[in-house]
Ligand binder design. Structure first.
Ligand code: ZN
Length: 119
């Protein structure tokens, strides 16, 4: 793996993804075949847990099971390699919260990726 951020990244979490053995395209889990070339030769790998916000929305009226957590931000984050995964952004009212903003994973809670805005 290349190291693009010297001095950063020590506590960076990785995200488990599937990589296509035929064309190298990255997919989020679960996937049963490559969306790019339809190959079924997918192998699990990890990519750095950082990316940019592809789209997001702030949930003010959540499902009853998430009532105490509202408001919260649900986002689709585009990772290195173009793979998109759904997660939550910890910030709900930051000026920096926008499409294209850089985020990084801070923890994985109940199978949900929690991102924070990176500086
Ligand atoms: Zn492929």
């Amino acid at each position: 793996m290349r190291c693009s951020h010297p001095g950063k990244g020590l506590r960076m979490m990785n995200i488990r993804v599937l990589k296509c053995s035929s064309c190298g395209k990255i997919s989020s889990i679960p996937a049963y075949f490559c969306k790019s070339c339809r190959s079924e030769k997918l192998e699990e790998t990890e990519v750095p847990g950082e990316g940019t916000i592809y789209t997001y929305s702030i949930v003010h009226v959540p499902l009853a099971t998430h009532e105490k957590e509202a408001p919260y931000t649900v986002a689709i984050v585009e990772l290195e390699g173009g793979c998109k995964i759904t997660g939550r952004i910890l910030e709900t009212s930051s000026d920096k919260l926008s499409v294209g903003a850089s985020v990084e994973v801070t923890e994985i809670k109940d199978g949900v990726y929690l991102f924070k805005l990176s500086n």
